[in-house]
Design a protein around this ligand. Structure first.
Ligand SMILES: CSC[C@H]1O[C@H](OP(=O)(O)O)[C@H](O)[C@@H]1O
Length: 245
């Protein structure tokens, strides 16, 4: 069992990772966002990938999700914990909170969504009823409990195209659809992992109130502040997850 952590905005590296190597891969789908960083955390072999590159230069709609996930499969990864910065839509999803979503709605477009596109022996339709792997979600919930970290244990992640933030009308529509959180990278990442049989769950860090849910406009300064606060909980939770595995 090899665990990979995909770091998003505010987590371009794992400072506590005892780095043992870096893998530069090319894939049939092009180049991943960055080198795969291999190392040890609490005595466990971990692979870390910076979703937006290191430094953070790739916007959400330009990420090569297929290359990123293919490369992790190539390296023998069997579980992915995807750390993602999100906007909070519903009342529980306040800035700096950590949430472990159990559902998602995809509003993105124009992205390469599948490995099952060309040169097929047969057309493949994966089951995606539960987009986040229930057993891995449970491990995250248990780790949060062990670490005494207050989390929101369910929620629906709405994935928008970006890179702009949403209008308040778009957020109200997403809320009516049942979304609790909004991000720009959850899809096709989750579906691609499922297509390759890799367990996948998300650790969402609320960076800001989504458009129209807070007072005034959304500032990058508030996002940075809340992410810094939330990421310390994320790192504690990941340490507990790894210690328990
Ligand atoms: C204003 S921050 C938006 C940026 O942050 C999130 O990235 P990630 O999901 O990789 O943490 C969001 O998806 C956007 O890319």
């Amino acid at each position: 069992m090899t665990l990979a952590i995909i770091g998003g905005t505010g987590l371009t590296q794992l400072s506590e990772l005892n780095i043992t190597g870096r893998q530069t891969l090319t894939t049939p789908y092009g180049d991943p966002s960055a080198d795969y960083v291999t190392g040890e955390l609490n005595g466990q072999q971990i692979i870390f990938l910076a979703r937006h590159g290191h430094p953070h230069t790739i916007p959400p709609h330009k990420i090569n999700y297929r290359a990123n996930i293919w490369g992790l499969k190539d390296l023998g990864v069997t579980k992915i914990v995807a750390v993602a910065a999100v906007g909070g839509i519903t009342a529980d999803m306040a800035p700096a909170r950590i949430a472990i979503p159990d559902q998602l709605i995809d509003y993105s477009y124009g992205r390469e969504q599948t490995f099952f596109a060309d040169d097929l022996d047969e057309v493949t339709h994966i089951d995606f009823t539960h987009p986040y792997t229930p057993s891995l979600r449970q491990q995250l919930l248990s780790a949060a409990d062990s670490a005494a970290i207050s989390i929101v244990s369910t929620g629906t992640y709405g994935c928008t195209q970006g890179p702009r933030l949403e209008t308040s009308a778009e957020i109200l529509r997403m809320e009516r659809d049942g979304c609790d959180l909004v991000g720009m990278t959850g899809m096709p990442e989750a579906a691609l992992a499922r297509e390759l049989g890799i367990d996948y769950a998300a650790l969402a860090v609320v960076a800001n109130w989504a458009a129209g849910k807070g007072a005034g406009e959304i500032s990058m300064e508030e996002i940075a502040q809340h992410l810094e606060a939330g990421m310390s909980d994320v790192l504690n939770l990941l340490n507990c997850l790894i210690s328990a595995s």
